[in-house]
Design a protein around this ligand. Structure first.
Ligand code: SF4
Length: 446
């Protein structure tokens, strides 16, 4: 039976050997930025950071709850660590912890569940007492959540995910993220710039701007996303910025123009479409029509002919007839997109979509997803062909795979080159050649 502890601050035996702590992240780039920041709040004189693949005294699991499958993966991860180290202290944070703390605390072996506001103070909840007889839950309702915890990822990736915005005020009918993360809010531009300099000091060349609804940056400070990127490109040492994802109705001409004029803003746009049928966009309570989406894509293509343009699409939304699906399919077929992220509709509890009529059968949903994934493959093959012979800048990863070094081009094409450690973490000018059996493009350095 879980209980609500009041005083988080606990005593620590200073002479004890350092505790081994491991962090495991599920979900989005924002979660990776936050886990990395949370891990830095564990003082090194008391805690030794170890890989989650190894035995640890403490496991911190940062969760995601965007779909049923995400919840299931979180439960599996929690149980895996409990089995791996039965005596370890298990702390669960993140969106799933905020939305369903009771569900998590019913898993035998979970010691601590922290909500969205509390997760950044986790080190204060951990002490020498070790495992709890009952799960401690600290998660408050988020209605008034206006705290913004800055975050950025470091060390385990070639690029850094920089959190610039949190929460969302949009009410899309299928989404629980606003309940998990609260209202749309952001720090002042000056605070983000301070974080960017901390990343630059670590020699990281690429920053991925992340959040929940980043185009809404400025809502809580009276600033704007274009103001923000206008300041970020002046930060010395960071060579390029990637916009992780931006709502079509918030992707202004100004932002597209800034990317076309400034090499530091990468020509890669990931834009959630969700459906290519206006009737379904209405049922989803999305804030644009397919015409607006098409207009954004065409403007990008006009001013940046080789830009990478990706889109999210949901298959099998309630009310989506076969004709609606074919409408979406032909709409996407007609657009110069580079790839799709396809999501099979997953009903979330207490959402408007949960109550909508016209549920699509699991078999039909699976078939529509299969067709969209095939369409995405042909889109990315066309995009690779379009880029053959083009020159671009590649950030090479730090890891070696099958004797090769890989990386992403400015416009988000995955490339490969014979392993050369000198290239790791560097932004290098290359010519894109052909597609290899791995599906990546081979390059020559110029
Ligand atoms: S924009 Fe819509 S789908 Fe995206 S987080 Fe907000 S409510 Fe959810």
């Amino acid at each position: 039976m879980p209980h609500h502890a009041t005083e988080p601050l606990r005593q620590f035996n200073m002479n004890a050997i350092r505790k081994k702590v491991a962090f495991h992240t599920l979900g989005c780039k924002l979660n990776f930025a936050e886990t990395s920041t949370i891990s830095r709040s564990f003082p090194e004189d008391k805690f030794e950071r170890v890989s989650p693949a190894s035995k640890a005294d403490i496991y911190v699991i940062n969760t995601c709850s965007v779909t049923d499958a995400a919840d299931r993966k979180c439960r599996q991860a929690i149980k895996k660590f409990i089995t791996m180290s039965p005596g370890a202290f298990i702390a669960v944070v993140g969106c799933y912890a905020q939305l369903k703390p009771q569900e998590i605390s019913s898993i035998p072996g979970v010691d601590l569940v922290l909500g969205t506001n509390e997760k950044f103070d986790i080190a204060a909840y951990i002490d020498d007492q070790g495992k709890r007889s009952e799960t401690e839950i600290h998660s408050v309702g988020l209605s008034s959540s206006d705290t913004f915890n800055t975050s950025y990822s470091l060390g385990d990736r070639t690029r850094s995910f920089l959190k610039v915005q949190d929460g969302c005020d949009y009410g899309c009918s299928y989404c629980t993220i606003p309940r998990a993360r609260g209202n749309s809010r952001n720090p002042l531009i000056t605070e983000v710039i301070r974080e960017a300099y901390k990343i630059s000091e670590r020699g990281i060349k690429e920053v991925v701007l992340t959040g929940v609804n980043i185009g809404d940056f400025g809502r809580s400070t009276g600033e704007s996303f274009s103001n923000l990127i206008g300041e970020l490109i002046r930060v010395q040492g960071i060579e390029r910025y990637r916009i992780s994802s931006i709502e079509p109705n918030l992707l202004t001409d100004e932002i597209i123009g800034m990317a076309a004029r400034n090499e530091k803003i990468l020509p890669h746009f990931h834009i959630p479409l969700q459906s290519g049928c206006n009737k379904i966009l209405g049922l989803m309570r999305r804030r644009y029509t397919r015409e607006l989406f098409r207009d954004r894509v065409n403007l990008i293509r006009k001013v940046m002919p080789y830009a990478g343009i990706g889109a999210d699409v949901i298959a099998g939304f309630p009310g989506e007839s076969q004709a609606d699906f074919e409408d979406t399919f032909s709409f996407i077929q007609g657009l110069p997109l580079s790839y799709l992220h396809v999501f099979t509709f997953s009903e979330r509890p207490d959402t408007l979509a949960e109550k909508l009529p016209g549920k699509v059968s699991p078999a039909e949903k699976a078939e529509r997803s299969r067709l969209l994934i095939k369409l995405s493959e042909s889109k990315s093959a066309d995009f690779n062909n379009l880029n053959k012979g083009q020159t671009t800048m590649v950030l090479f990863e730090k890891s070696r795979s099958e004797g090769l070094i890989t990386g992403f081009s400015s416009n988000y094409i995955r490339v490969e080159y014979p392993w050369n450690p000198k290239l790791a973490g560097q932004v290098i000018k290359v010519k894109l050649n052909s597609v290899s059996s791995s599906g990546r493009m081979t390059v020559e350095i110029i």
